[in-house]
Design a protein around this ligand. Structure first.
Ligand SMILES: Cc1ncc(COP(=O)(O)O)c(C=O)c1O
Length: 382
């Protein structure tokens, strides 16, 4: 079909801000240069053997449609995790909905609530792009609020004013935050919870990195308040299961009921054998601790290097990311390109929106590769 009809949202959201970098990356790779890739947040550590085994053992002889509500065992395991980790007691059947990964849940979630007079979706900027993409495909209006180190990378709800808040349907929180690694303190969660009740909006709290922490354990929004709140969790980073595609949404029973109703339509139920592995993952904490240890070792190496070089690191309290201020004389793109010439791939902060002045380092390569990459980084003029 020539000149096919096109949803304008496709053009509004399909910007490749890393295009120049990708081109140069391909050219260097073709020329045989060794590249250390800290660009994408897809860790390479093996999925723990007991999780692979749980999946294999659950492959049935006869395969039938999975339920969009997920398996009861997975709902129970997710609720058990929330109880152990955050001290939050939820009804697995009425307050937990499994999803085919957090991204899928984030994308579809606005569809359960759109259609009324409230059309605004507040989100941090920079941020994981699917908050905006999901809002736009649902016909809603993204309100992107710039984050700064000075505001601790938080969106203060009451500072948005009554005109915005009275029209707000969803308010995205991401803590620990991708890309800055900032963690929302408890008093912020309390302020946000109060604002949600006062102004009648829904807080959607993306907590995919809740178990990738190094100092204080990040709190869940659900610890503060369940009313008006949905939390999104994922097996991807906690358990090394990015390829399995499994996560869940949990919180306010009235909101979960609408999410469940909506989710019976798009055909996004996880296969039961994936759910079996996910249930095993939520039932165990030791492997998550072991992964934290691995990320912590890489993180220490980088932090020592940055301190020695006088490079500032902001946020970066949790997650597998370091949010590094670019040195004077550079912007995000020029510094990322300078690093690339030495074989070190990082994401310019602008790839995530309003992240000018920073690059994001995803602690994905092995410890040995991290050491080699730091040697290469050392050759870049600050
Ligand atoms: C903040 C944030 N939310 C959600 C996701 C998606 O997670 P999943 O792999 O479960 O789809 C990511 C993935 O990188 C992320 O960074």
């Amino acid at each position: 079909m020539r000149d096919p009809p096109k949803n304008p949202v496709l053009d509004a959201v399909q910007k490749n801000l890393m295009a120049a970098l990708d081109e140069r990356k391909a050219a260097l790779r073709a020329a045989g240069k060794t590249l250390y890739d800290f660009g994408l947040g897809d860790p390479k550590e093996p999925t723990p053997p007991f999780l692979r085994e749980a999946l294999r053992a659950a492959v049935p002889e006869v395969s039938q449609y999975p339920s969009p509500r997920g398996t009861p065992a997975l709902r129970r395991a997710a609720a058990g995790y929330l109880a152990r980790r955050f001290g939050v007691s939820l009804d697995p059947d009425r307050q937990v909905v499994p999803a085919t990964g957090a991204k899928e849940a984030i994308f579809h979630l606005p569809l359960a609530f759109a259609g009324g007079p409230r059309r605004k979706v507040v989100m941090p900027d920079p941020a994981y792009p699917t908050y905006e993409v999901g809002a736009r495909f649902a016909g809603l209006e993204p309100v992107k609020v710039p984050l700064t180190a000075a505001n601790r990378f938080l969106v203060e709800p009451e500072a948005l004013g009554e005109a915005v808040l009275s029209g707000t349907l969803l308010f995205w929180l991401c803590s620990p935050h991708n890309p800055t690694g900032a963690v929302a303190p408890r008093d912020y969660l309390e302020r946000l919870g109060r604002a949600a009740r006062r102004h009648g909006f829904i807080v959607v709290s993306d907590e995919c990195y809740a178990d990738v922490w190094f100092g204080e354990r990040p709190a869940s929004m659900l610890e503060v308040q369940v009313e008006n709140v949905l939390a999104v969790h994922s097996c991807s980073k906690r358990s090394g299961m990015t390829g399995y595609r499994s996560g869940f949404v949990a919180g306010d029973a009235d909101l979960v009921a609408l999410v469940q109703r909506m989710r019976s339509h798009p055909g996004v139920a996880s296969p039961d054998f994936v759910s079996a592995a996910a249930a095993a993952a939520w039932g165990d904490d030791a492997h998550a601790e072991e992964r934290r240890r691995i990320f912590a070792a890489k993180r220490e190496r980088f932090l020592a290097f940055f301190a020695a070089r006088g490079l500032e690191v902001h946020g970066s309290e949790a997650t597998l990311y370091l949010w590094v201020k670019v040195p004077a004389g550079h912007d995000s793109a020029s510094y990322a390109l300078a690093l690339l010439e030495e074989g070190v791939v990082v994401a310019p902060g602008t790839a995530f929106g309003a992240g000018e002045g920073y690059v994001r380092v995803a602690l994905v390569p092995t410890l040995a590769e991290c050491d080699a990459a730091l040697g290469a980084w050392g050759r870049v003029k600050a």
